[in-house]
Every structure is written in C-alpha cells, then in structure tokens.
Design a protein around this ligand. Structure first.
Ligand SMILES: NC(=O)c1ccc[n+]([C@@H]2O[C@H](COP(=O)([O-])OP(=O)(O)OC[C@H]3O[C@@H](n4cnc5c(N)ncnc54)[C@H](O)[C@@H]3O)[C@@H](O)[C@H]2O)c1
Ligand SMILES: [Zn+2]
Length: 361
C-alpha cells in the first residue's frame, strides 16, 4: 500500500491521505469510515461506473445517485440533482459525499460537498488514470457553465482519496492514454515542483513503458504515487493558484485552445494536452529555451507512448489565437506559457510574438 500525504501549508486541517493500492474498493466502506464520522454517505457516480463498481460500496449507510455519463452533464442542472438527493435522504452536516468515478464525477461531487450545508465531508474514489494522478489531488472542484469550463467552483479538499488501481483494468485504451498524457506532463515539470525527493519520472517512464501499458500493479502504483507526490508538492505551496500551481498547466495553453476550437468533441483532454506539449516544446526550441538534445528526447518520449502529437486539420489561426487569449489562465490579456527551460524545469513566460506562437499550428 502506498500513501501520499497531501499537506496544505496555508491550512493545517486540510491535510489528507491518498491511499493507492489494488483491491481497496473491496473494503471501501471500512476505509471511508476510518476517516469520517458520517452516519450516512451519498455516493455520486455515473451509469458506466455504477454497474462496474457500485456493488462494492453498498451498505446500510450508503445511498446512491447515478448520473448520466459525460462532460456535458457537468452542469449546475446535474449539480442540483445531487443536492436534491442529499436533501431527500436528509444528509446532515456530519455526513459525507463520496465520488466514485472519473474527473467529471469527482469535480461535481466535490463541489456539491463544498456547498451542501456550507460544506460536508468529501471522499474521492477516482476510477480513471487521469483522476488518480490529477483531478482527485489538490481540491479543485467545479461544474461547467455554457460560457466556460469549470467556471463555477471552489477549492475544497477531500478527507480521503482511495485510488484502487484495479479499476484501471476496465478503462479503455483511449482513456488510459489520456491519463498518461498528464503523467508525462509531470515528468517535464518535475524539477520545478519543489518536491523533497528526486523521482526522475522521465527515466521511470522511459524504462517502464511495456510494464505501464501492461498495467503491471507495482509499476502503476509507483507511477501514480510519484505523480501525486509531485502535484501535492505544488499544491502544498500554492493551493489557490496564485503562482506556482500554474506550472501544472504545462502544455495546456495550447490544449485548451485545441479543445475550444473543436468544441470539446474531437479530442479527449489528454489528447489535446499531448498535442499541446509537442507545440510548447517546438516553441521553446524556436526561442532557444531548450537544447536540441532535450527537445529530441521529449518528443521521443511522447512518440514512444504513441500519444497524438499533431492536429490532423489546419485550424484558422486567428480563431486559434483568440481561443488561447480567452483561456481563463490569461492574465492582463497577455498569454502565459509554461515554457520548458531546461531538463524537467519550466518557467512562466508571456509576451511571445504571435507569429511564433502560431508557427507550429
Ligand atoms: N479538479 C481538477 O484539478 C481537475 C484536473 C484535471 C481534470 N479535471 C476534470 O476532470 C474531467 C476529466 O476526467 P476524466 O478524464 O476522468 O473523464 P471522465 O470522468 O469523463 O471519465 C472518462 C470515461 O471513463 C469512464 N470511466 C471512469 N472510470 C472507469 C473505469 N474504471 N472503467 C471504465 N470506464 C470508466 C467514465 O464513465 C467516462 O466515460 C474534466 O471534467 C476535467 O475538467 C479536473
Ligand atoms: Zn489537464
């Protein structure tokens, strides 16, 4: 069993463990009860995950709300359905909401927990690789608005995260690769995360590709642990994204524009991020921010993992640039880039010439 302790410097009571192991769901109710004094638990899940893992959480104290599956349901309308259910079953302040699913369910259930009766206990059981390495760590919870993604939300830390790596066995390859994109992102920012230990994630990824694709349990558990340690180190220093936390958006300035102009339909988030990482490395090379050697090894890693590294159509450059500018991470109308500047180190850089930014598109 691996445990990552997430500490938030600014608020001591927000520390919580991420437990990573295969088979955790078999004793999920027991684990949850060790970390919460709740009498009642509302499990939020969806129509895909419930038939796979819902049974594992059934008990006299658990109630379920099963939502339709998809990002398009991550809305205030479905958030209200969670709140309605919580009121119907008379969930009280000491009770808890449990998210069982990927990032969509985690973000929505977490936001419901943050606002229901001004905040009740929240427990995450992430079941996608992306959720296990990224969205379940760090306490960002939200729903989408028709005018922007994740626009209505909060920072709300869970009491416990249970990452059962066995759930990854039922994940399809496309979703698994989507998570791998975020994993590879951590390799490129590792030395800027401020973690106490040197994990050398880049080499770990280079040396364990076959084992990772075979979902070998000890390798997957180690991989998830490293990513959680790196994200936890960043969040510890900057919970509310006042500075450092922005480095987690490596590759995302391009990715968000790609998702935006393709109306979130053509690519998964991870696919947009892998294309975005290739584009930012190209930009860095043009600006002489990285060596030819580092650039080549980074692109080789993306290709070895068979991640998508290019758009298969020519977008309108003006529309693409406007989408980059409308991203909520833009400050003072200048686009911020998380730029690779050395092996596994990044820096936030802005005011880059528009033609250079768009050269790789
Ligand atoms: N809060 C954060 O910090 C943060 C960070 C990154 C992403 N996100 C959010 O996360 C969401 C994306 O998360 P995601 O990639 O997990 O997508 P998702 O939640 O839509 O899950 C992807 C698909 O996999 C299915 N699924 C989940 N677990 C499964 C399993 N074990 N076996 C088979 N199928 C399974 C889901 O039903 C869905 O169809 C986005 O809404 C994004 O905004 C949040
Ligand atoms: Zn992302």
């Amino acid at each position: 069993m691996s445990i990552v302790e997430v500490k938030i410097k600014a608020q001591k009571e927000s520390s919580y463990p991420i437990i990573i192991e295969g088979g955790l769901l078999d004793n999920a109710v027991y684990h949850i009860k060790c970390f919460s004094n709740a009498n009642k638990f509302l499990v939020v899940t969806n129509e895909t995950v419930f038939p796979l893992y819902g049974d594992k959480l059934k008990s006299d104290d658990t109630h379920f709300i099963v939502l339709p599956d998809g990002e398009e349901y991550k809305t205030t309308e479905y958030l209200n359905k969670i709140l309605d259910k919580a009121l119907e079953i008379k969930l009280e302040r000491k009770d808890a909401i449990v998210a069982l699913g990927g990032g969509v369910i985690g973000d929505m259930a977490g936001f419901a927990a943050a606002i229901y009766q001004r905040g009740i206990d929240f427990i995450q059981i992430p079941t996608t690789l992306l959720a296990q390495v990224d969205s379940s760590v760090g306490g960002k919870v939200a729903v989408n608005h028709k005018l922007g993604k994740n626009m209505i939300g909060a920072f709300y830390q869970p009491k416990l995260v249970l990452s059962d790596i066995n759930t990854l066995k039922t994940l399809d390859e496309r979703q698994f690769k989507t998570g791998l994109s975020e994993v590879i992102k951590y390799a490129f920012i590792e030395k800027s995360c401020g973690a106490e230990k040197d994990y050398n994630l880049f080499d770990f990824l280079k040396n364990n590709r076959a084992e990772i694709y075979a979902k070998k349990p000890d390798v997957i558990a180690e991989l998830i642990k490293i990513c959680c340690e790196l994200k936890a180190a960043v969040v510890n220093q900057d919970e509310k994204e006042k500075g450092l936390r922005a480095i987690l958006n490596f590759g995302h300035t391009y990715a968000h524009a790609i998702e935006n102009i393709t109306e979130y339909k053509k690519y998964t988030h991870g696919e947009a991020v892998s294309i975005g990482m290739k584009l930012i490395f190209e930009l860095a090379k043009k600006l002489n921010a990285v060596s030819e050697e580092y650039y080549n090894s980074a692109i080789t890693l993306l290709k070895d993992y068979e991640l998508i590294t290019g758009l298969d159509f020519k977008p309108d450059k003006e529309a693409f640039y406007n989408a980059m500018k409308s991203d909520k991470k833009v400050s003072d109308s200048s686009i911020n880039f998380v730029m690779p500047v050395d092996r596994f180190k990044v820096q936030i850089i802005n005011n880059i010439d528009k033609n250079l930014v768009l050269a790789g598109i």
